[in-house]
Structures are given as structure tokens and as C-alpha cells.
Design a protein around this ligand. Structure first.
Ligand SMILES: NC(=O)c1ccc[n+]([C@@H]2O[C@H](COP(=O)([O-])OP(=O)(O)OC[C@H]3O[C@@H](n4cnc5c(N)ncnc54)[C@H](OP(=O)(O)O)[C@@H]3O)[C@@H](O)[C@H]2O)c1
Length: 290
């Protein structure tokens, strides 16, 4: 399989939550690869700093102030992109929040805002991207930044509604995959599930643990996730069968591939089985299909 970002050069990618952490790293990497990146987030100042930093790169970053918990904001962002940048080819649904606490004592507003950002905002952006791709006959790629807690509940306190919001993403990705397949669409959908990543989202209550993990290099950095995104985007549009053959030789799936790989530093070549996801905090679980 030949990995190449060639077909995306000069095309439009939308990254939600691009002002910090994983989203900023993905946006930066896509600009370096030569894409026009519409960077969505609420903190305009941070987006502007990123745009300036990337000024002399091959592509360009366009800051768009957007609160993804507000439908009107998302619709306005897509309108601006359509009028000023062109057809959408890639959507990275990355914006997310984590409100720690116990469900038995939970705050209703925290639950609503978590679901609005992590789930409903993602659904609206996905719907708008698919509409745009269909209207322009673009075989694009949508990537949901999920989490390992979107597949397994960890035996740790304070997770609140966050895992439920990520389990929803697992279901949404699979539902969309089936929908697109039945419609014979060539739009690809990937759900990418990192383990712990060293970013602002992690709650203060586990900072001691995080600092220890950072010291021992047991935590992912945002750049590792950006590498994973570039890897997934670099697979050919018809890659699913090829990957399936090489990654899951004993699979009887025919039209899509479910594969897991983990990163040791920037090594994307090693393929591991999903049961091992929770044994190694540096692991990224990636499901890709169409
Ligand atoms: N860090 C981890 O361990 C980890 C592991 C697995 C998955 N993830 C997922 O990775 C994604 C990125 O998180 P991160 O770790 O990079 O944390 P982060 O640094 O806190 O980034 C979160 C991003 O989401 C944006 N955001 C939050 N609410 C928003 C809203 N209402 N509208 C628009 N943008 C909003 C933030 O921008 P503004 O505040 O400027 O709006 C920020 O850019 C999340 O979906 C998270 O669940 C993280």
C-alpha cells in the first residue's frame, strides 16, 4: 500500500477544537502537508497565533470563531468555508470537553454541555460536511476523535458523562459507516481512539499521575495523534481491502476494515490486537471503514 497525502494538497480540511492540544497539532500538520485548514474553536486569539506561526508553510490556516455547541455557529462556519475556501474534503471532529464528577451527584448543565459539544456538535458538523461533499461529488474523509473510554469503562472515579459521550461516537461512526456503505458512497469515516494524551482536557485531580506518566514517557503527545490522522488520511481511497488483507488476515469482513495499531514514538507500522488497548497507555485504537 502506498501512503500519500498527495490527493489532499490544496484541498479544504475542517478541524474543530483547533485552538489547543490534539486539534492544534492536527491543524498544524495538515497545513504543513499543504491543505487549506479551517480551524474552528472559541478562543480566537489562540487560532490567530497558530495561523501566524504557520504563515510560511505549504498550506494555510484560517481561524473561524465557532462554538460547536451552537448550531448557528457551525452553519455560519460552513457557509464561510463554502464561500471563501471551496468544497470540504476532510472533517476532523475533534472538539471535546470533559467535566469531571460522579454521575450520582452530577450536574445537569455539565451533562448537557458535554453532550452538546462531544456528540451533537459532532453530528451537526458531520451532516454539513457530508452535504457539502455530496453536492460537490467529493469522496472525502471524516475522522472522529474518539477515546479508549469510548470502548471500555476504566475503573477510575470522576469520569461522569464523558465515556458515555465517547461511546456515542463509537456508535455514530459505525452507524454512519453502514449508512454510507448502503448509499454506495465513497466518503470514508474513521473513529480514532487515543489513550491518555498530554493536553489541557485532563482534570486537575489526576495531574500527579499525568506528571509521572509524562516523566516516564508513558503518555501520548498531541503530535502522536496528528501522526495517526496523517497516516489514516494517507491510505488510498480504496485502502480498506488492502489494509484488511495485511492487518486482519483472519477476518471474514469483506467491505471494510477494522484495525488497531499502536504507536511507540512515531512508529505506525506495528499492528496489535484490540485486547491490548488498555494494557499500554501509549496506545491508539483506530477503527477505519467505509
Ligand atoms: N487528552 C486526552 O487524554 C484525550 C484522549 C482521548 C481523546 N481525547 C479527545 O481529543 C479531543 C481534543 O481534546 P484535547 O485532549 O486536545 O483537549 P484540549 O486541549 O482541551 O482541546 C479541546 C479543544 O476543543 C475545543 N472546544 C471545547 N469546547 C468547544 C466548543 N464549545 N466549541 C468549539 N470548540 C470547543 C477547545 O477550543 P476552545 O476552548 O478554544 O473552544 C480546544 O481546542 C477531545 O475530543 C477529547 O475528548 C483526548
Amino acid at each position: 500500500m502506498v501512503l500519500s497525502m498527495g490527493r489532499w494538497v490544496g484541498k479544504v480540511a475542517i478541524v474543530t477544537g483547533a485552538s489547543s492540544g490534539i486539534g492544534a497539532a492536527i491543524a498544524q500538520q495538515l497545513v504543513k502537508e499543504g491543505l487549506k485548514v479551517a480551524a474552528l474553536a472559541r478562543r480566537r486569539d489562540k487560532l490567530e497565533v497558530l495561523a501566524t506561526k504557520l504563515y510560511s508553510e505549504k498550506g494555510k490556516l484560517y481561524p473561524i470563531t465557532t462554538d460547536v455547541s451552537k448550531e448557528e455557529d457551525i452553519l455560519n462556519a460552513f457557509r464561510w468555508i463554502k464561500e471563501n475556501l471551496g468544497p470540504v474534503h476532510i472533517l476532523i471532529n475533534n472538539a471535546g470537553i470533559f467535566r469531571s464528577g460522579d454521575l450520582s451527584e452530577g450536574d445537569t448543565e455539565d451533562w448537557k454541555s458535554s453532550l452538546n459539544v462531544n456528540v451533537i456538535g459532532l453530528c451537526i458538523a458531520t451532516r454539513e460536511a457530508i452535504r457539502d461533499m455530496k453536492a460537490n461529488k467529493v469522496d472525502g474523509h471524516i475522522i472522529h476523535i474518539n477515546s479508549i473510554v469510548g470502548h471500555n469503562i476504566l475503573a477510575l472515579p470522576g469520569w461522569n458523562i464523558y465515556p458515555a459521550s465517547k461511546f456515542a461516537i463509537t456508535a455514530l461512526a459505525e452507524t454512519l459507516r453502514v449508512e454510507l456503505k448502503l448509499a454506495k458512497s465513497k466518503i470514508k469515516i474513521t473513529s480514532l481512539s487515543p489513550g491518555p494524551v498530554h493536553t489541557e482536557i485532563l482534570p486537575d485531580s489526576i495531574m500527579e499521575l499525568i506528571e509521572r506518566m509524562v516523566e516516564q514517557k508513558e503518555i501520548l503527545e498531541s503530535e502522536d495523534i496528528a501522526d495517526a490522522v496523517i497516516y489514516v488520511l494517507s491510505t488510498p481511497s480504496s485502502c480498506t481491502g488492502t489494509l484488511q488483507d495485511s492487518a486482519l488476515k483472519n477476518s471474514n469482513l469483506t467491505s471494510w476494515v477494522k484495525y488497531n495499531y499502536w504507536f511507540s514514538g512515531h512508529d505506525v507500522s506495528r499492528l496489535e490486537l484490540s485486547e491490548q488497548i488498555l494494557e499500554n497507555p501509549r496506545m491508539i485504537h483506530c477503527f477505519c471503514g467505509k
